[in-house]
Unconditional design. Structure first.
Length: 197
């Protein structure tokens, strides 16, 4: 009997390994180790992100405040249609023309009438227009803003020159001209505005 005990112990160890240790190690323990590995990768990625964020925050803090304000005006992180229309109306008033009938892509919103320096435009255009953005993988979105301008040719040229020299980038994508009496024209203008999304 004493000679059989070692063989029984070895046989018991083999059965224990095959029926319990190996399934447990290759099953739940293996899955847990894989999950721990994925968590470690996520933590490493979070550490890299925090380091990059700190680096960018430090670089941003070294930029003068007036330069940041100019950059935000040049390419804002949202669409502020009302402020844009007010700025364009002020430019139009300085140029000697009046603006009316503001529309955006896919919308039917209009001002209540011609605008000038004393009567700012009243537009029902939303502050932000995510549904009007052009779908693309670019970090820059755009939409078209259409309006009518009324004035002389020289006044309209001055208005276009002011838009060209403004800090906010605008592209004139369409222009229709209708002649009226006494050298006054009506211009149908479509401009494309840009922002970061």
């Amino acid at each position: 009997m004493s000679r059989l005990l070692p063989f029984i112990a070895i046989l018991f160890a083999i059965v224990l390994f095959l029926l319990y240790i190996k399934p447990t190690y290759s099953g739940s323990i293996h899955d847990t180790k894989q999950q721990i590995g994925s968590y470690d990768q996520a933590l490493a990625a979070a550490d890299r992100f925090q380091a990059k964020e700190a680096q960018l925050t430090q670089a941003r803090s070294q930029i003068p405040a007036d330069s940041l304000a100019r950059l935000n005006s040049f390419l804002p992180d949202g669409v502020d249609n009302v402020q844009l229309i007010l700025d364009m109306d002020a430019l139009a008033a300085r140029s000697g023309i009046t603006l009316s009938d503001f529309n955006t892509d896919g919308s039917n919103t209009k001002t209540t009438g011609p605008t000038n320096a004393s009567t700012p435009p009243v537009a029902n255009i939303p502050q932000t227009s995510p549904n009007l953005a052009l779908n693309s993988s670019s970090p820059i979105d755009s939409l078209n803003l259409t309006f009518k301008a009324t004035g002389t040719y020289s006044s309209f040229r001055a208005f276009l020159s002011g838009m060209e020299n403004s800090l906010r980038p605008l592209d004139v994508v369409n222009l229709d001209v209708t002649q009226a009496k006494n050298g006054v024209y009506t211009y149908g203008v479509t401009v494309r505005i840009y922002w970061l999304h």
